[in-house]
Design a protein around this ligand. Sequence first.
Ligand SMILES: *[C@@H]1O[C@H](CO)[C@@H](O)[C@H](O)[C@H]1NC(C)=O
Ligand SMILES: *[C@@H]1O[C@H](CO)[C@@H](O)[C@H](O)[C@H]1NC(C)=O
Ligand SMILES: *[C@@H]1O[C@H](CO)[C@@H](O)[C@H](O)[C@H]1NC(C)=O
Length: 482
Amino acid sequence: MIGEEMSFKAKELVRLSTTKPALPLSSHMHLFLLCVLFLPAFFLTVSEAFCNPQDRESLMWFSGNVSSSVTPLNWNSSVDCCSWEGITCDDSSESHVTAISLPFRGLSGNLHSSVQNLHRLSRLDLSNNCLSGPLPPGLFSALDQLMVLNLSFNSFNGDLPLEQAFDDGSNRFFPIHTIDLSSNLLQGEILSNSTVIQGAINLISFNVSNNSFTGSIPSFMCTSSTQLNKLDFSYNDFAGIIPQELGRCWRLSVLRAGFNNLSGEIPKKIYSLSELEQLFLPGDIPMDIGNLSSLRSLQLHINNSTGSVPISLANCNNLVKLNLRVNRLGGTLSEFDFSQLQRLSALDLGNNSFIGDLPDKVFSCKSLTAIRFAGNKLTGQISPQVRELESLSYLSFSDNNLTNITGALSILQSCRKLSTLIMAKNFYDETVSSNEDFLAPDAFPNLQIFAIGGSRLKGEIPAWLMKMKSLEALDLSLNDKV
Ligand SMILES: *[C@@H]1O[C@H](CO)[C@@H](O)[C@H](O)[C@H]1NC(C)=O
Ligand SMILES: *[C@@H]1O[C@H](CO)[C@@H](O)[C@H](O)[C@H]1NC(C)=O
Ligand SMILES: *[C@@H]1O[C@H](CO)[C@@H](O)[C@H](O)[C@H]1NC(C)=O
C-alpha cells in the first residue's frame, strides 16, 4: 500500500521536475520531504534539476530591485527558482532560466544589470508595469539568446544600449525576432552601426512608438532584417526625410511613422510593398497610392498634406479605415468613387478644405460605422441614401455650408444605430419646425449626442427633442432662440 503510494508520488515528482508547474509551497515541500526520507537515490537526480544557482542569484538581484503595488513577488529562496512565478527554465541538467514573464504585475523599480547574466534567456516580458531608470548597458549584446523582448508601457528612460559594431567588420548573430519598447521615456538616436541591429537578421517586429527618440528613422534595419513585418516609429521626435530603404522591407505589413518631425514625400519604393496593410506616415498622398491594394488602414492625418484625394485610392478596396483628418486637402469629393470601398468602416475627412456637394457616393459604402466631414466647405443636402447605412453610429458634418435642416432631420431620424450626430454650424438662418409631430414616434432610437449649435436657427426650442429617448448630451448653443 505504502509502496504503491510511493511510486505514484515518485511519478508525480518526475513530472514535476520536467514541467515545473508552480505548486504551492506546502505540497511541494511535502513531496520533497518524502523523497528525502524514503528515496535518497532518487532525490539526488532530482536535486540536479533544480534551477541554476547563478541564475537564481541573478533573479534575486532582480527581485531585490523591484517592488509590487499588487502583491510582492513570492520568490522564496528555499524553493526551486524554476517554479517561481513568471519563470521558465530549460530541460537541461543545469536548468537555466529561459523566460521571465511578469506583465501587468504592478512592478516598480529598476531593471537590475544582473539580468544580463541570464545567458539562456529567450523571452523577457515586463510590459505594463511601472519600471523606470535606464536599461542596463550591454543588455542586448549580453542576452544573445533573446528572441522576444517586451518592455512596453513602463517608464524606462535614457538611450538604448545598442553597442556599436566591431571595427573588424565581423558580425554577430542575434536571434531576436520581436522588440517592443513602445510607450516608455526612451530617447537618443538608434544608430545604424549597432552590432545588435545589424546582427538581428530574424527581426520581425520592432515597435519603439511613443518615446522620445531623435535622429533619422533607422531604416537600415530593412537591409539586415529582410523578414521585418511590423515597424512602428510613430509618436517620437524622429526628423529628416522618410527613407527610401524602407522599401527593402518587402514583407512589411505595418508601417507607422506618423507624429514625428519628418518631412518630404512618401518615397516611391514604398509602393512596391505589396503586403502593406497599415500605413501611417507624414507627407502628401501620392497619386499612385492605389498600387497598395492590400491596404486596410491608411492614416495620414495631421500631416499638412496638400492636393486632393487621389482618384487611384479607390483601388484600395480592402480599406477599412481611412483617416485624412486635419490636412490642407481640397477639391471636390463628388468626383471620387467611394463605391469601390465596400469594406470601409471609418472615414475621417474632417478639417480640410473640401468644396462642392456632400458626396452621395459615400453612402454606398455599406460597412461604414463612422463618418466625419466636419470643418470643410461642403454644400448641398443630406441624401436619403444615408439610410442605407445600417451600421452608421457616428456622423459629423459640423462647420460646413449644408442646407435644409428639415430634410436632414427627417431623413436621419430613421438611422437606427446612430448614436452621435454633430451637425452644428450649418443650415444658417433656417427655420426649424418646433412641432412635436415633426419627428416619428420612434425617431433617433439610439441617439445619445446631438449638436445643432452655432447655426442661427430661428424658432422655439423644438418639442420633438422629447422624442429622443436615449439623449445624453444636447448642444443648442448660439442659435437665435433655440
Ligand atoms: C506599438 O505599440 C503601441 C503601444 O505602445 C501600440 O498601440 C501599437 O499598435 C504598436 N504597433 C504595432 C505595429 O503593433
Ligand atoms: C504647412 O505647410 C506650409 C507650406 O507648405 C508651411 O508654410 C507651414 O508652416 C506648414 N505648417 C506646419 C504646421 O508644418
Ligand atoms: C429638403 O429635404 C427634403 C428631404 O430630402 C426634400 O423633400 C425637400 O424638397 C428639401 N427642401 C428643399 C427646399 O430643398
